[in-house]
Structures are given as structure tokens and as C-alpha cells.
Design a binder for this molecule. Structure first.
Ligand code: GLC
Length: 532
């Protein structure tokens, strides 16, 4: 198996991981200084790869997802020399480095767009999506922006609209133009040659749009969405997930395959699982891992999680590798979303399922959503669509210690530190053998040292339980039973045989048990090695 199949990915949101130069914003030097926390020493967490959200020059209208130069580093984060050092230092600790590639749009301050908007006959005009107004002056169609309002902005100077599925400061590139593709493949080459181990591709499924720019159908019931949330009112038939996208991904994949051991991961939002699966490619020649958000979208419920996992296992083509995500920089933290009592069982589930897990930084500390005073909201989604939609809540500074600003910075950080940092921090939790951080470390260790957990088969047990999700992982002659109690009441497991408890989410139990009488305590998960 390849490293990205057996390994664990850890997502770093660089603005909030570690500030080394006292400007309140995280940076590359900060990441380098904390690599030992991630891997390479006996005390490390033990992850295999870091995916770093965008670190390139950007006006930061969408905090780096609006890139103005694809082949450089934003001075806020450092420079290319620091980046090269990061790669070396990470590799020395067996940490692979995955960067974030944003192909759907650039910043409106990117040189390409400045040229494109300068005149209708500029050679780069067609690198973006320009359309005439309708006769009454209104936009070419009814598409909306994900960040509120129309997806079209009028350009006075050249008298046309340009398309942006996100902010007006994030114009969409025209991937139907082969020059755009060539330029973007060059960007990937630039970083792959520098030793980057892979890419996570931003909104991979959005890059191509309907050739005829047809109106999207309007959804029948849209009362729940904010008035300016035009995106939320439409069915996304023509603005995303167009068949031509797959040809482009195949060509990107070919580039990756011309290097050794690089991983191609994509953020894929589409209408359903059938459409999502296609992103592996008909011959598994597209994404290695289309991010799987099924569990992230589930309620905290044993039946819902089991169904999501089983549906995926049943739908995956032979050879396609599963993966699971429970949190990222776009969604409320799992302690807040599922409730704090769920975090241990969630960790055990994520790290024992068949497939590559991605951990979002801070989940291993049980961090909760930050409280962002209205005047400190930074995220354009929160500013445009309402405070309840701000993604700032999950982007607060990482909590290193009980010091001021949680040891993240020596000055007030760009976002406030979340509550509970005095206990939910690396320093305190490293000393506590029962902490959630200790649980993550042990889970990762166990997974790394066990063929069954790392790469074995998956089989559900207790098919109809409404309270527990249980499954077997098996490889060679190792058989592990994972039993997860999703309720806050005791549950009795009634199975056959004998086993040895290797790990409890409560970190206080290692005993041989008779499977017909095992009791799971409230919110407890167990990993049991079966004895034949
Ligand atoms: C993706 C990113 C998100 C960003 C958006 C636009 O969904 O994860 O943070 O705002 O794309 O690039």
C-alpha cells in the first residue's frame, strides 16, 4: 500500500497554528518549530502528513483561498527559503507535506486577471469567464455566489460581467481554455519539483461550467436560507460538476503519476454519492482521494454513521481507497457540532475505520468553537451571510499552553482564543494520561502498529443496533473488534468469543473479556483484539 493509504493526514490552518514573529498570525517558522509535536519523537502525535491550507501571496479576502501568485509564499507566512526548510525538516521526521491548490479562481489582484480585465482583446481575456449582459442589463444567468449575492460582477471599463462562484474578489478561471490548464499544470510542477508530496485541490468539482451558461433550476422551498443566499436557492445543475471536469483531472493525475509517490486529494462537493464516486476515475485514474464528507455531515447517531460507512464500502469500486473527514477549517468543531461527550468515540471511529483519516488541527485537544464578537468576524461568509455562518469559529488559534493567547502568540491573535484553553492545550494534556490528546496518541500508535487497523478489511457487526456502531477489522491473523457506544447510557455487547481490550476511550481498561457479557460504559468505545 502507498503511504497515503496507510497514513494519517493532519490539516494545518497556517494562520492559526503557531506565530513565530509576534504579529498575531501563524507562519511557516511556527510550523517548523512545532514539527516534533506532530512526528519524529516518542512523544509525538504520530501523524504521517500535513496538509497546509494556502500559504501563497494573497490579499486575504478569503484568507488565502484568493491567490495572487501561485508560485511564491505570502510574506506573512515566510518565504521560499523557509518553505524549503519546512519540507526538509518535515521529511526528516517522516512527515509528508501536502499543499492546497486553488484552481477554480484566482484573486482579482492576480496579474492574469489584471490583464484579463484590462481590455476585451487582451490575450488573457479568455482566461476568465466574461459574458455580455442580458438586453435589460441584468447578469447572463441566475447563478449565485457561495458567499452571497449574484455570481456575476459588472466591469464598467470593458462592459461585461465576469463570473465568480465565491467573492467578487475571486474571479473564476476559464478551464475550457487550454492555456489556463497549461499554466496551472506548470504551477503544480513548480511545487512538485520542490519536493511537495501532494496536493489537496480546492473545490475540484467546480472548475468547469456549462458551455451554454444555462440557468440553474430554482429549488421549490427556500424559506430557510438568507435572502441574499442565491447559491442556497438553486439546484446546482450547470455551475458545478460538469462532465469535462473529469478529463482535466485525468490530465492532472498523469502529471502526478510522472513523479514518485505523490498524492492527489480533492475537495468534491456534488449532488450525491454516484456523482462523487466518479472522481476516483473510471479506471481509478483521477483523484487518489476525493475527500469524503459523509461522516462530517451525519448527526451523532450510531445508525447514521453505520449507514454512511456501509454505503461507502458498498459503493467503492475495487481498488478505490476510502477516506474519512470529521472536521476542517470550514465547519463547526466536532466538540461543538456533536457535543463534547462525543469527542472520544469520534476519535476512535475516525482512527479505526478502513481508509485514510484526516484530522483537523485542534480536534486532538477537544477544542470547541470560538466565540467571535460581531466586530471581530473576519470570514467573508460570516460577514455576508450572517454571524451564524462564520467559519472563524473553527479557525481560532491552536492551543499550545496555558500562557496568554494559549501559547500561540505573544500578542493578541487575529482571532480570539477559544474558551477552555487552560485545560484544552498541548502542555496540560501531554501530562495527563487520560486526556483526549493521550487518547489520540494511543489510537494513532495502535493503528500504526497493527496491520488490521492500518490496512485490514472492514465488516460490520451488530447490524441493527440503534445505540452502538461495531465492526471488525481483520488482516493476516489479526482480528480486532471496535465497539462504539453513541449513547450516554451503559450498553451491553452481546457477541460470541473472547477478546482482550487493548484500548478504551476512557484509557483505563485493559483486560480479557468474554464478548457475551462486555459492557460499554456511557460514551465509551473499545478496541478488542479477538482471541481465537
Ligand atoms: C473551499 C475552501 C474554503 C474556501 C472556498 C473557496 O471550500 O475549503 O475555505 O473559502 O473553497 O476557495
Amino acid at each position: 500500500m502507498d503511504w497515503w493509504q496507510t497514513g494519517i493526514i493532519y490539516q494545518i490552518y497556517p494562520r492559526s497554528f503557531k506565530d513565530s514573529n509576534g504579529d498575531g498570525i501563524g507562519d511557516l517558522e511556527g510550523i517548523i518549530s512545532q514539527l516534533d509535536y506532530l512526528n519524529g519523537t516518542p512523544e509525538s502525535l504520530g501523524i504521517d502528513a500535513i496538509w497546509i491550507s494556502p500559504i501563497f501571496p494573497s490579499p486575504m479576502a478569503d484568507f488565502g483561498y484568493d491567490i495572487s501568485d501561485y508560485t511564491n509564499i505570502h510574506p506573512i507566512f515566510g518565504n521560499l527559503e523557509a518553505f524549503d526548510r519546512l519540507i526538509d525538516e518535515a521529511h526528516r521526521r517522516n512527515i509528508r507535506v501536502i499543499l492546497d491548490f486553488v484552481p477554480n479562481h484566482t484573486s482579482d489582484e492576480h496579474e492574469w486577471f489584471l490583464e484579463s480585465r484590462s481590455s476585451r482583446d487582451n490575450p488573457k481575456r479568455d482566461w476568465y469567464i466574461w459574458r455580455d449582459a442580458k438586453p435589460d442589463g441584468s447578469p447572463p444567468n441566475n447563478w449565485g455566489s457561495m458567499f452571497g449575492g449574484e455570481a456575476w460582477t459588472w466591469d464598467e471599463q470593458t462592459q461585461q460581467y465576469y463570473l465568480h462562484l465565491f467573492l467578487d474578489k475571486q474571479p473564476d478561471l476559464n478551464w475550457r481554455n487550454p492555456e489556463v490548464e497549461a499554466a496551472m499544470l506548470d504551477v503544480l510542477r513548480f511545487w512538485l519539483d520542490r519536493g511537495v508530496d501532494g496536493f489537496r485541490i480546492d473545490v475540484m468539482s467546480y472548475i468547469v461550467k456549462d458551455k451554454h451558461f444555462r440557468d440553474n433550476p430554482v429549488l421549490p422551498d427556500v424559506r430557510a436560507v438568507a435572502p441574499n443566499n442565491l447559491w442556497g436557492k438553486l439546484e446546482h445543475l450547470y455551475d458545478i460538476d460538469q462532465p469535462e471536469t473529469h478529463d482535466i483531472i485525468r490530465r492532472i493525475r498523469r502529471l502526478f503519476d510522472s513523479y514518485q509517490q505523490r498524492v492527489l486529494i480533492g475537495e468534491v462537493w456534488v449532488a450525491n454519492q454516484e456523482a462523487w464516486i466518479k472522481y476516483y476515475g473510471q479506471n481509478l485514474d483521477e483523484l487518489h482521494l476525493p475527500f469524503n464528507f459523509d461522516l462530517l455531515l451525519c448527526p451523532w447517531d450510531a445508525g447514521a454513521m453505520r449507514t454512511a460507512v456501509n454505503n461507502l464500502e458498498a459503493a467503492l469500486p475495487v481498488g478505490a481507497h476510502p477516506n474519512y473527514v470529521l472536521g476542517n477549517h470550514d465547519i463547526s468543531r466536532l466538540a461543538t457540532r456533536f457535543g463534547e461527550r462525543a469527542i472520544r468515540v469520534a476519535a476512535m471511529m475516525l482512527l479505526t475505520l478502513r481508509g485514510t483519516p484526516t484530522i483537523y488541527m485542534g480536534e486532538e485537544l477537544g477544542m470547541i468553537d470560538g466565540v467571535i464578537p460581531p466586530e471581530r468576524i473576519q470570514d467573508p461568509q460570516g460577514i455576508n451571510l450572517g454571524a451564524d455562518r462564520t467559519r472563524d469559529v473553527c479557525r481560532t488559534p491552536f492551543q499550545w499552553s496555558s500562557d496568554s493567547f494559549a501559547g500561540f502568540s505573544i500578542v493578541e491573535p487575529w482571532l480570539p482564543v477559544a474558551e477552555g484553553h487552560l485545560t484544552r492545550n498541548v502542555e496540560v494534556q501531554s501530562r495527563d494520561p487520560y486526556s483526549i490528546l493521550s487518547l489520540y496518541r494511543q489510537l494513532i500508535r495502535l493503528r500504526r502498529n497493527s496491520p488490521a487497523l492500518g490496512s485490514g478489511s472492514y465488516q460490520e457487526v451488530l447490524k441493527d443496533s440503534e445505540t452502538c456502531f461495531a465492526y471488525l477489522r481483520e488482516a493476516e491473523d489479526e482480528q480486532y473488534l471496535i465497539a462504539l457506544n453513541f449513547t450516554n447510557c451503559e450498553q451491553q455487547l452481546i457477541l460470541e468469543g473472547q477478546g482482550k481490550i487493548l484500548l478504551s476511550t476512557h484509557l483505563d481498561r485493559e483486560e480479557t473479556v468474554d464478548l457475551s457479557t462486555v459492557t460499554l460504559r456511557p460514551d465509551e468505545g473499545l478496541i478488542i483484539r479477538l482471541i481465537k
